[in-house]
Design a protein around this ligand. Structure first.
Ligand code: PAF
Length: 283
């Protein structure tokens, strides 16, 4: 039976008991409105831990003034049902008042890994993500935490957070779940028109084209980026916001492609903005 916990105190007590009795805690942080991506993370957590906790908290700190905090989709009854069916043991479901009872006296500022990809247009977003996650990690004290690689920049930021503060948590990044035609699954895909949906698999195909070039020996990132842009221009109508290649997870610029790298892109359609990436090892 799934248990819903609404207070920090109760969550801390339950986590303490679980830890004392030798359970391992797999934790999936979410903002609710669960979709297949979350369920994949929960499934992985279920396999690798004796207890699974998810949190559902729409964190105001990570929304910019013109972003959709108020209208962010919320449906707790549906989330509870899905979480229960997926085998979650506890849902931590605090209110904003419970998480931020007084104005914070300390906020984190993420100083690396945020000036590229989506981070460069979302000033302060990852500061809010890091601040809430540090709170959630210290309340829940999980052994393992699960994040989807679709938002690879978030994974990179959490990796930095865990290292910087020596948090005794194993970061478990989980591969992006895709439709049969390769399109990365996202709740935003429903906002695509039929024509946009038809061409959207080309986003992943363009990334694969990049990988193919690297595998054929290309090592200049500019050459690979140009080829991906050219592919996109000939195959999609959406507006390409960026195509970038960086080291991963440090997200530093590269003159020469080697080591673990990320090729990532964002494309704007009429009512949806899609992101995708491939992470690979270049030897
Ligand atoms: O990815 C999300 O849903 C949020 O950024 C997270 C990790 C739950 C922090 O609020």
């Amino acid at each position: 039976m799934i248990t819903v916990i609404e207070t920090v105190k109760e969550m801390q007590n339950i986590s303490s008991k679980l830890i004392k009795s030798g359970e391992t805690i797999g934790y999936v942080p979410t903002m609710g409105y669960l979709h297949e991506g979350h369920l994949t993370l929960i499934k992985k957590a279920r396999k690798e831990n004796s207890k699974v906790i998810i949190s559902i908290f729409v964190n105001p700190l990570q929304f910019g003034p013109n972003e959709d905090y108020e209208t962010y989709p919320r449906n707790f009854a549906r989330d509870k049902k899905l979480a229960s069916e997926a085998g979650v043991d506890y849902i931590f479901y605090p209110s904003v008042q419970e998480m931020y009872p007084t104005e914070m006296t300390t906020n984190l500022t993420v100083t690396k890994r945020t000036d590229v990809l989506c981070g460069k247009n979302r000033i302060g977003h990852f500061d809010g993500v890091a601040t809430v996650l540090l709170k959630l990690f210290s309340i829940i004290r999980p052994n393992r935490v699960y994040f989807g690689l679709k938002d690879a920049q978030q994974v990179a930021v959490v990796d930095g957070l865990i290292q910087d503060f020596n948090l005794p948590i194993e970061l478990c990044p989980v591969e992006t779940v895709r439709e049969e035609d390769g399109l990365a699954k996202s709740s935003r895909n429903v906002y695509l028109t039929m024509a946009e949906r038809e061409e959207a698999p080309h986003l992943y195909k363009s990334l694969q084209e990049g990988v193919r070039l690297i595998e054929s020996g290309k090592r200049n990132p500019e050459v690979v980026i140009a080829a991906i842009n050219k592919y996109l221009k000939s195959n999609i109508s959406g507006e390409v916001e960026y195509v970038e290649i960086h080291s991963f997870p440090s997200l530093l610029p590269l003159r020469q492609l080697e080591g673990k790298i990320i090729i990532a892109l964002a494309v704007k359609y009429s009512k949806a903005r899609l992101i995708d990436n491939i992470i690979l090892n270049v030897t």
